[in-house]
Ligand binder design. Structure first.
Ligand code: SAH
Ligand code: SF4
Ligand code: F3S
Length: 474
């Protein structure tokens, strides 16, 4: 029996029809110019944004644009991030420079999308001061790029399409993969946590999980296409599946992913400590495919600051969780995110953060100075410390984190471990770069033909955050 197509299928089919029409228009234009039309895709922000960019690139390639790394392409798309103020400043800087390309090539189209566009003040500013932008859309309607391009070709003004939110997840549209052998897979969108410093819930909307069967089908088709490693993506993967019609836990999803034949490595990001279950630890401990790496953002080591951040765990909860994980999976590599200078942070609170850093001994930590995001609860909080004090704390933290990481990351020196070869070393073309299960990179002599394969490598010399190695026959 044939079931009625649902709203998402109807939308996907509509977009595919528009892509067919655009294919003809773009081929005609390219004939007229006697050269292919090019696109350049620039992405700021996190893995979620990178994944959205792959979808945008898939649409652009489908309609006939050819990839170019240069910003003076016929179609330039910038996928923006707004998690910290300097992410926004970078976009404005780049936008100013683009005017000159548009003067040279008046048919050039500039499109902006992503998290920054979900802020109305940003869109107002672009409308007023950056009139050379052609298309603006947000985080909820990435699948509509073809339609927006068609609208732009049929009209003169700026095309703006921002959705406040959505419950829809449109499946089955093209996506262009950056690597042949590994790929990010969205398992959920949005965030419900409202950490008081963070803008993500406002620009990415409420949490929505994809159905497990859609995720597994996507992974199966990726594997059939040569992918051996997937990274499951979500702002808080540990709360995956809770709101589905047939609820399922993240650990249960992982077990289903593990069962996909041919898939060899599974990674995921990001885990919120408050939702990390014993079930997940048990599944990770017995898994043959889940990588020995957990990114577990702590943000602060002070229970008071954590409460002000609305993180919903204490310093002790965090330390207990880390102990549990290390006991169950002794060779796990732990990484984290830390914010310095949250408004209510005092010197005493900062010392609590240092204390956790020393106790946990992270393999690496991303450290950020708190950046005020208008509209978030923390934006109206008073600062307990001066800018100088915060800067000085940041430097102290960075040194501590780096000193510890150097030691922690060197612990496997001399061992032979398996890497997935990701490419040619960027600095030295005679070397390949591979990634260990624990996410650390190894550079070793070898031939390009090994890219995408697993190799056993002896870790000869620890260099702090990476190793130099040599291949050992498999
Ligand atoms: N969903 C992930 C994090 C997404 S944002 C999680 O909850 O862990 C990535 C990191 O940016 C955060 O972990 C946090 O450390 C940092 N960040 C978010 N908002 C920030 C702000 N306003 N100022 C400074 N850093 C911030
Ligand atoms: Fe932001 Fe917190 Fe959601 Fe992470 S969990 S995206 S830090 S609100
Ligand atoms: Fe930035 Fe949006 Fe990711 S704000 S960090 S690109 S979810």
């Amino acid at each position: 029996m044939r079931t009625e197509p649902n709203i998402n299928e109807i939308e996907a089919n509509k977009q595919k029809e528009i892509m067919e029409r655009l294919k003809i228009r773009i081929a005609d234009k390219s004939k007229e110019l006697g050269r292919p039309l090019t696109y350049c895709s620039v992405c700021f922000g996190c893995q979620m944004n990178a994944k959205d960019s792959e979808k945008l690139e898939g649409i652009l390639e489908t309609i006939g644009y050819v990839r170019s790394e240069s910003e003076d392409a016929d179609f330039l798309i910038m996928n923006t991030c707004t998690v910290r103020e300097n992410a926004n400043l970078r976009v404005y800087g780049r936008l100013g420079q683009l005017k000159k390309y548009k003067k040279k090539n008046p048919d050039m189209m500039i499109a902006l999308c992503g998290c920054m566009m979900q802020e109305s003040l940003v869109v107002e500013k672009i409308k007023q001061s950056y009139r050379h932008v052609d298309i603006i859309f947000g985080t909820h309607n990435v699948f509509k790029l073809a339609e927006l391009i068609e609208n732009k070709l049929n009209s003169k003004g700026m095309v703006i399409d921002i959705w406040e939110g959505t419950t829809e997840i449109v499946e089955d549209l093209p996506s262009e993969r950056k690597y042949d052998f590994k790929c990010g897979v969205n398992i959920m969108f949005g965030c419900n946590n409202f950490c008081t410093y963070c803008i993500v819930p406002y620009v990415r909307g409420r949490e929505r999980s994809r159905k497990p069967e859609d995720i597994i089908a996507e992974i199966q088709s990726l594997v059939a296409d040569g992918v051996v490693e997937v990274m499951l993506l979500g702002q808080n993967v540990n709360s995956y599946g809770k709101n589905l019609e047939n609820p399922i836990s993240f650990a249960q999803l992982l077990e289903q992913v593990e069962a996909v034949e041919g898939l060899q490595r599974i990674r995921f990001m990001t885990s919120h400590p408050k939702d990390l279950s014993d079930e997940l630890i048990a599944v990770m401990a017995k898994s043959k495919k889940i990588c020995k790496h957990l990114h577990l953002p702590m943000q602060s080591g002070s229970t008071k600051v954590l409460a002000d951040m609305n993180r919903r765990y204490t310093k002790e909860d965090y330390l207990t969780l880390v102990d549990k994980i290390k006991t169950a999976i002794p060779d796990i590599s732990l990484t984290t995110d830390i914010i310095v200078g949250f408004p209510t942070e005092t010197e005493e609170d900062f010392n609590e953060t240092l204390d956790v850093v020393r106790k946990v001994r992270f393999d690496s930590a991303f450290t950020f100075i708190y950046s005020k995001r208008t509209g978030t609860p923390a934006a109206t909080m008073e600062f307990a410390s001066t800018e100088e004090e915060i800067k000085e704390r940041f430097d102290r933290l960075l040194k501590e984190v780096q000193d510890i990481a150097k030691e922690t990351c060197s612990k496997d020196q001399g061992q032979v471990l398996e890497v997935l070869v990701e490419g040619v070393d960027e600095q030295d073309a005679s070397l390949l770069t591979g990634r260990l299960s624990n996410n650390i990179l190894v550079h070793f002599p070898g031939d390009e033909s090994l890219i995408g394969t697993f190799q056993n490598v002896r870790l000869i010399e620890a260099k702090g955050f990476y190793y130099l190695g040599e291949r050992v026959d498999n």
